[in-house]
Design a protein. Structure first.
Length: 745
């Protein structure tokens, strides 16, 4: 037995805290896997409920120095009061600390003398104890558990100052430690904000029709299939289908694009989007966490689990940082015999900055991305994207609109080898034989979900052909379908699907097929997909399907190449000639930009071939991005280093399968997410470099005695603030898409 539970955790202020909690929970019996998230303040635990209990986990978390349960749930009593009084105390403490700092700094600079000397030491001791109480309490508790915190070293620094009689210095350090604490909490809070903002956009209540009345209910009390009523300007509370009413819908919450779309009865709508200019009645198909928006929030919240490599390294390093600082402090004391320099070394230590440098930048980008229709499932994928070499593209539904149409039919007229081609787009008369082929195909394709199948059904419907049901049905991925219709075996699919018919044929039949293929070649040369139709082992005709290339694709591919992707390759189940024609039109489409070198294709692929190709490139050491629709190429997306699903809104499978899900079908999001990855990694590297240089400088100056302890204490928050300011740039993602720049058809 295995279940997954989520437990809110309180009191985690910095990234190293999540490691403490993680370790504590992992130590409980019956825990299979645990991930602790700073951004959403919770632990997600896979456990065996027969061994591990909530109580045991709670105990372990408490033992590690944290609390179970979220602060926001606590609506009455002491919590609210302390929230109210804390800012006042903080303000008072900050002002006091600042004044004290100025005085002591002034004394050190010789501006005025003997101010603090006149304050009797017991008062100073009182200030140290009162001001530092929460920190000392933590440090002592941690010491009993055998943990050494950054605050432990600082406390030793305070003690060192007291021992040499520097009471004022000790007091200033204590107050600045508290200020640093707040800075750190503020920084972590800000990092979570983008994610929390997103969660707060989720609808909370719905107006539901029950027993002929409209009543307002909590989302949690809504049932599937119920009809909710949405008034103009309101947020749609569920994923569902419009039963009645018309509206224009602002889908920005899902797709990031505020361009409204028209919705009518039968249209699918998404939770958290806004109905403008019109009232709607919507039948709920997904509620709460099961809606597309609910999934996005959940995945963004758990994105922290997919840590980037840089973060692993930084986390590891911050584990070594405190011992290194302790060693430097010890050396300073032994060699220089200077307790104040030693204190300064201990106080300047701020291990949190290393741990914060990566996740703060990643969270900012992930949070900002989610608001713009880019669901990024972890910093890991931003890191991999930023150094990707190869982009593989699954053709159908990705490069093309995915809404093919049947343009031509070929069937025999009179004699069996008298193949005749008719166009469905013109005014041409369509013979009964041709209609029979179309009817057969539509019947066989009845239950297929492939886009071409929909095209065939649609075409049959337009020709007013009666609908029919196959007795048996079988889909063969990458090839076609096989069905039983009125006792006959009917096959519809590509040439590979017809393979057995190529063998054991007499000369007459072979020449008949050759004749058909000659005509078929011309259609393929126009980039059309051929669907052969065969009945009981005899080819009776074929259908040609054309799909439109997405207009923005050539420009987007050119942009991707400019962003350093060496090679772009189309993968398709279509045959070579169709694929070649498509690539040709892609190159034509990019006439305004540079030609597209490195644009290749591979045709005649089965779904498993696509996985093999991804693996081959990976084995050669390349980092591979794969873009697909996430539906029939999900395994290849999962195999790629970064699998990107296009137009994932409303598609559960696509959202699950991909590492990055693009909520709207817009190719410009592909270079955009690449740009975001590069920008994010630049910020991460800057953060780490800044922290490293800062700490190195701080430690050296402190050890050499150039940095008095009070300045060391004042400076300890600088890296946190620097990281925060630097990473905040990622929250304001500017729209770098150049609209209209490549809007050529
Ligand atoms: P891709 O997504 O790369 O175009 P698929 O694996 O989806 O490739 O399909 C490959 C080819 O198999 C299609 O181009 C089509 O010729 C054929 N095919 C797949 N499914 C069907 C179907 N339901 N009916 C007819 N042909 C099909
Ligand atoms: Mg496909």
């Amino acid at each position: 037995m295995r279940t997954t539970v989520e437990i809110p955790i309180q009191g985690m202020d910095c990234a190293e805290c999540t490691l403490h909690v993680q370790k504590a929970i992992a130590g409980v019996a019956g825990i299979v896997r645990v991930d602790v998230f700073l951004s959403s303040e919770k632990a997600v635990i896979d456990l065996d409920p027969q061994i591990a209990t909530q109580k045991m986990i709670e105990k372990a978390v408490q033992k590690a120095g944290y609390q179970v349960g979220s602060g926001t749930k606590d609506q009455d009593g002491g919590f609210q009061a302390s929230q109210y009084t804390r800012p006042i105390l903080t303000l008072f403490g900050t002002i006091f600390g600042f004044v004290l700092f100025v005085v002591v700094a002034g004394e050190w600079l010789g501006l005025f003398s003997a101010v603090t000397e006149r304050v009797p030491w017991p008062i100073m001791l009182g200030l140290v104890l009162v001001g530092g109480f929460p920190i000392f309490k933590n440090v002592i508790r941690a010491s009993f558990r055998g943990q050494v915190l950054a605050h432990t070293l600082m406390t030793v620094g305070v003690l060192a100052a007291i021992i040499v009689g520097e009471w004022a210095t000790a007091t200033v350090i204590v107050f600045l430690m508290r200020a640093g604490d707040y800075t750190e909490r503020f920084t972590a809070e800000r990092a979570r904000r983008a994610v929390k903002d997103l969660a707060s956009m989720a609808p909370q209540t719905a107006r539901v029709e029950r027993e002929g009345q409209e009543i307002q209910v909590d989302i949690a009390n809504l049932h599937l299939g119920e009809i909710v009523v949405v008034r103009p300007g309101e947020k749609i509370p569920v994923d569902g289908e419009i039963v009645s009413g018309y509206a224009t819908i602002d889908q920005a919450a899902i797709t990031g694009e505020s361009m409204p779309v028209e919705a009518a009865p039968g249209s699918q709508v998404f939770a958290a989007t806004i109905a403008r200019l019109g009232s709607l009645r919507v039948r709920a198909t997904h509620i709460g966490p099961d809606t597309t928006f609910g999934r996005v929030i959940k995945l963004v919240e758990s994105a922290e689990a997919n840590r980037a490599d840089v973060q692993r390294v930084a986390d590891k390093f911050s584990g070594y940082y405190l011992p290194i600082v302790a060693l430097i402090a010890a050396l300073t004391f032994l060699i220089r015999r200077d307790p104040l320099a030693t204190a300064a070394v201990l106080v300047v230590a701020c291990s949190c900055s290393f741990a914060l440098a990566t996740p703060i930048a990643m969270l900012a980008s992930i949070g900002a991305g989610a608001k713009r229709g880019l669901l990024i499932k972890g910093g890991k994928y931003l890191e991999l994207l930023s150094r990707a070499d190869i982009l593989l593209i699954d053709k159908t539904g990705t490069l093309t609109m995915g809404k093919p149409q049947i343009t031509h039919l070929i069937a025999a007229n009179g004699k069996p080898d008298n193949w005749e081609i008719v166009s469905l787009t013109g005014q041409q008369e369509i013979s009964a034989n041709h209609l029979q082929v179309l009817k057969l195909a539509a019947c066989a394709e009845r239950y297929s979900e492939h886009p071409v199948a929909e095209a065939v059904r649609q075409s049959a419907y337009q020709q007013d052909l009666p609908s029919c049901l196959p007795q048996e049905f079988n889909a063969i991925p990458g090839m076609g379908v096989q069905a039983r219709i009125n006792g006959n075996t009917v096959k519809v699919g590509n040439w590979r699907m017809m393979a057995e018919m190529q063998q054991n044929q007499d000369a007459e039949a072979t020449s008949r097929i050759d004749e058909l293929l000659t005509q078929a070649r011309q259609l393929e040369a126009q980039g059309k997909t051929l669907l052969f139709v065969a009945q009981d082992g005899l080819i009776s005709g074929l259908l040609a399907a054309a799909d439109t290339l997405r207009a923005e694709v050539p420009g987007a591919i050119a942009a991707v190449r400019e962003l350093g992707i060496q090679q772009v390759e189309l993968l398709t189940g279509d045959n070579d000639r169709t694929a070649a024609a498509l690539v040709e039109s892609l190159i034509q489409g990019s006439h305004n930009s540079k030609p597209l070198p490195g644009l290749r294709y591979r045709a005649d692929l089965l779904p498993e071939d696509k996985i093999t190709i991804v693996k081959e490139y990976q084995d050669q050491g390349y980092t591979v991005i794969m873009v697909g629709d996430g539906v029939n190429d999900a395994p290849a997306l999962a195999q790629a280093d970064v699998g990107i699903a296009m137009g994932a809104a409303g598609s559960d499978i696509a959202i699950e399968a991909a590492h990055i899900a693009l909520m709207r079908e817009d190719w410009e999001l592909v270079p955009e997410v690449l740009r975001i990855s590069k920008r994010t990694m630049r910020v991460v590297k800057m953060n780490i470099a800044f922290t490293a240089v800062y700490n190195l400088l701080g430690l050296s100056l402190a050890a050499l005695g150039f940095l008095p302890p009070i300045f060391a204490a004042a400076a300890q928050s600088i890296p946190d603030l620097g990281i925060l300011a630097n990473s905040s740039r990622l929250l304001k993602q500017k729209d770098t898409r150049q609209r209209g720049a490549h809007a050529h058809p």
